[in-house]
Every structure is written in structure tokens, then in C-alpha cells.
Design a protein around this ligand. Structure first.
Ligand SMILES: NC(=O)c1ccc[n+]([C@@H]2O[C@H](COP(=O)([O-])OP(=O)(O)OC[C@H]3O[C@@H](n4cnc5c(N)ncnc54)[C@H](O)[C@@H]3O)[C@@H](O)[C@H]2O)c1
Length: 429
């Protein structure tokens, strides 16, 4: 029977382990956190993901999946540990190094090591392999190595693990073939074989492509603000062109992928990755741009209600959220209340916190905010102003209730913002 050891049992490693175990591959899961191993060995899970708990439970009960803090000998190893960025926007590869250090003492000739973590260009060749070769074995000759990046969407991980296309980057052709054979246990999507560095760059560029395009939309929003044109109309009508796909502007870009991965490329080639770096800075500057607009709309110490604080709609994930940054900026000058139905520490009822408010700022277009009753809000707020950064509200309905409606990227708040003085330390407006 095939066997695999999966190092790192988080959002990627645990579902991957469950998929292998439920498709006839015996899985030893490894995590440095004992509590995570204990939970899994009870057939339970420590993360939120639809359908996962049932598969883990069945796999543990059938004896196909167990977890421990110790790496044991295995035919195959998959590394799925975190790869965050430092405060200086450099890739932190220390988790990958530690994972490799736990593998090399048990590495045997003929083994396959797959790196699934998202990493900087050349990490497989220059960082992973030197640690694994401390075993005395030679990569590509005595054991196989591949980089196979993951691109699943949280909330749909089980489906996408099986059906997404996969890039298999071997350090040799044989390494790629071995990795493909392993994943064939459950992957139904196409598997494209290439080299490890190409695979690394593919993954990084997928997220960079989206980040750069959002930056383009955000730059367009600023241009439209200046020209008094509605950016949302420009995007909508330009996209009627069969070969144009402008993205949506907004108060910034968050999450653990788009706001992180482009920096890995900038770090590797700072003198060349100019558009990529400028895009990152453009998107990182959007919270300050929105804060500047708020300063034009209400005086210091006004009561500002921010709707939503996650990094995208209808999820409970606040990692790298630009709205969290916006809230921190606003808290320096205003009395800020946050409403987010997905985050426990915040109120979920817009009407309860909007009493005597001076301004509502729509930060995240959660579905719960779509049909607000503006007549009710008009009665309880002190000043009837709304700043919509996502083009969620119907301008007609809002203004009919007596509100002044300001939209990001249509010029409605620009003159006021330009007059306002708002000190933001790291503002890159
Ligand atoms: N979560 C996603 O949606 C997603 C999507 C695509 C790619 N990725 C990438 O996959 C990688 C893993 O991400 P994640 O979301 O699963 O992270 P995670 O934080 O959810 O899980 C990582 C796990 O690794 C464990 N760990 C850390 N160091 C370890 C070590 N030396 N040995 C054993 N276990 C160790 C941690 O305790 C944690 O449980 C990252 O590189 C990420 O960028 C994530």
C-alpha cells in the first residue's frame, strides 16, 4: 500500500491528507502542535471547511490516517507549512527549512519529497534541497523532489483538490512523473508537468496577475475621482469589449495570498519587478485614500460606522484585511463602530450601532448589507452620510431616504477630501 507523510496539518495539509487517506493511501500527518494532532486522532478537525470533518473521521476510524508530532520514515513526504512575509516584506522560509530538517534524518533512497507551500522563486532548488541533502543523499539521483503549488479556494477545498488542474514541477522529469503518480490517487484535473522553478513562478504569478489588475482598477478609481467620472460605469462598459476584463476597485487588497505572494517576486528581482511592486503599493495605499475621503466628509471626533472588516465578502477571514487597516486609521480621529456579521467580537446589527452616527462607510460588500433600510437609518443617524467603497448600494434608494451618497471613484467626495487634513503616517495616497 502507498504511504505518504504530510508535514503541516492546516488549511492545505489536512484536506490533502484526508483526500489521500480516503483514496487508499496510508497517511501519517505531522504537525508541531500537539493539540492539532490530538484533535485529528479523535476524528475531529481544528479548521472550518465543509465536508472535511466527515472524511477525516472515516479515515481515522479506518486506520488510514493518524497524526503525530514526529516525522517517521515514509515513501513520500509532502510539506504544507506556512510561508508568511516579514514586516520588511521578505519571504519567511523558516517553516520550510524546519520541515525539511525534520525530514532529512529519515530520508531514504527512492523517497519523494513534494513542497506544496507557496514559495519564492528558486526556493525548492536553493533552500529545500540543500537541507534534504544533509541526509548524505543526492537530490535527483538518490531521491525525488517536486514543487506542486496549491490553488484551492477555502470553502470549496475538497471539491477543488480533486477537480482543479495541477502544476507538477519536478527537479527532474522522473521527479515530476513520481509526483504525478502519487497525486493520481485522487486528482481528476489535468496535471501539467514542468520544472520546479517554473511551478513556483506560476503560482506566484496567478496571484500577482490579480493583484496588478486590482491595482489598475484602483488607479482608475482615483483618475475617475479626479475627472468626475463613475469608475464603476467605466469598468462595466469597458468589459463589454470581448477581450477586456477590468477588475473591480475597492478599499484595498487583503488575504494571505494576493497581498503576500507578489512580494516574493519583488524580493527575488527588485530591480525588475517594477509594475508588481507599484501595484502592491497602490493597493496598500487604498485604506489611506479612503480615510482621506472620510476626513472630507465629517469633522474630528464624529461617529463613524464601518460596515464589514474581513478581506472579502461573506467570509470570516480578516487576514491582511485592508478594512482593518482603515479602521485603525479612523480610530485615531473618530469614534468608530464596526459591524460585521461574520466576526464574533463585532456587532452584527447595523441599526443597533448607528444611533447618532455621522457617517456610514461600507467597507465589505457582505450580502447582509445589500438590503439595508435607509429610511430607518435616516431616522436614527445624526448626519445622513454614506461612503460606499464597493458600489453596493442603490444611489437612488439611499438619496431618496435623505442621505448624501458618496461613492469611491465617481468624484463625489474628491473636492472635500482634497481640502481635508488627515495625518496618516504611512499614507501612500
Ligand atoms: N490556505 C489556503 O487557502 C492556501 C491556498 C493556496 C496555497 N496556500 C499555501 O499553502 C501553505 C500552507 O498554508 P495553510 O493555509 O495550510 O497554513 P496553516 O497555517 O493553515 O497550516 C500550517 C500548519 O503547519 C504547521 N507547521 C508549521 N511548521 C511546521 C513544521 N516544521 N512541522 C510540522 N508542522 C508545521 C502549523 O502548526 C499549522 O498547523 C502556505 O504556503 C500557503 O501560502 C494556502
Amino acid at each position: 500500500m502507498k504511504q505518504v507523510s504530510i508535514i503541516g496539518l492546516g488549511y492545505i495539509g489536512l484536506p490533502t491528507a484526508a483526500m489521500f487517506a480516503s483514496h487508499g493511501v496510508k497517511v501519517k500527518g505531522v504537525d508541531v502542535v500537539q493539540e492539532i494532532c490530538d484533535i485529528i486522532n479523535e476524528g475531529k478537525i481544528h479548521i472550518e471547511e465543509p465536508y472535511l470533518e466527515e472524511i477525516v473521521k472515516q479515515s481515522v476510524l479506518s486506520g488510514m490516517f493518524s497524526a503525530s508530532t514526529i516525522v517517521e520514515p515514509s515513501d513520500n513526504f509532502i510539506i504544507a507549512v506556512p510561508t508568511p512575509i516579514t514586516r520588511e516584506k521578505k519571504a519567511d522560509l523558516s517553516y520550510v527549512v524546519k520541515a525539511a530538517e525534520s525530514i532529512y534524518p529519515v530520508l531514504k533512497p527512492g523517497n519523494l519529497v513534494i513542497l506544496e507551500s507557496t514559495v519564492s522563486p528558486r526556493c525548492t532548488e536553493d533552500v529545500l534541497i540543500p537541507v534534504l541533502e544533509k541526509s548524505g543523499l543526492k537530490a535527483g539521483r538518490d531521491f525525488y523532489v517536486a514543487h506542486c503549488p496549491e490553488r484551492v479556494l477555502p470553502g470549496k477545498i475538497i471539491y477543488e483538490l480533486e477537480h482543479n488542474n495541477k502544476i507538477i514541477g519536478g527537479i527532474t522529469e522522473e521527479s515530476a512523473i513520481k509526483a504525478k503518480e502519487l497525486y493520481s490517487a485522487f486528482v481528476q484535473g489535468e496535471m501539467h508537468l514542468t520544472d520546479a522553478t517554473t511551478a513556483e513562478l506560476c503560482k506566484l504569478m496567478e496571484n500577482t496577475y490579480r493583484d496588478v489588475n486590482i491595482a489598475l482598477a484602483n488607479e482608475l478609481a482615483k483618475i475617475c475621482d479626479k475627472l468626475g467620472v463613475n469608475v464603476w460605469d467605466v469598468v462595466k462598459y469597458a468589459n463589454k469589449h470581448p477581450r477586456v476584463n477590468l477588475h473591480q476597485p475597492g478599499p484595498g487588497v487583503g488575504g494571505h495570498c494576493l497581498a503576500v505572494d507578489p512580494w516574493f517576486i519583488v524580493e527575488a528581482t527588485p530591480e525588475l519587478a517594477r509594475i508588481i511592486e507599484l501595484s502592491r503599493k497602490t493597493n496598500d495605499g487604498m485604506p489611506a485614500y479612503v480615510a482621506q475621503k472620510v476626513a472630507g466628509l465629517v469633522p474630528d471626533r464624529a461617529k463613524v460606522v464601518v460596515l464589514g472588516c474581513t478581506y472579502k465578502p461573506d467570509v470570516d477571514d480578516m487576514r491582511e484585511s485592508p478594512v482593518v487597516e482603515l479602521i485603525e486609521m479612523l480610530e485615531e480621529n473618530y469614534q468608530v463602530e464596526v459591524v460585521d456579521p461574520y466576526i464574533e467580537k463585532y456587532d452584527s446589527n447595523v441599526y443597533e450601532v448607528s444611533n447618532d452616527a455621522d457617517l456610514i462607510v461600507l467597507g465589505v460588500n457582505h450580502k447582509q448589507f445589500k438590503n439595508l433600510n435607509f429610511d430607518v437609518l435616516a431616522k436614527i443617524m445624526k448626519t445622513k452620510k454614506i461612503l460606499d467603497t464597493r458600489n453596493l448600494f442603490d444611489k437612488h434608494a439611499v438619496t431618496q431616504s435623505g442621505f448624501e451618497y458618496f461613492l469611491l471613484g465617481d468624484g463625489s467626495s474628491t473636492a472635500l477630501a482634497e481640502e481635508a487634513v488627515f495625518e496618516v503616517a504611512a499614507a501612500q495616497v
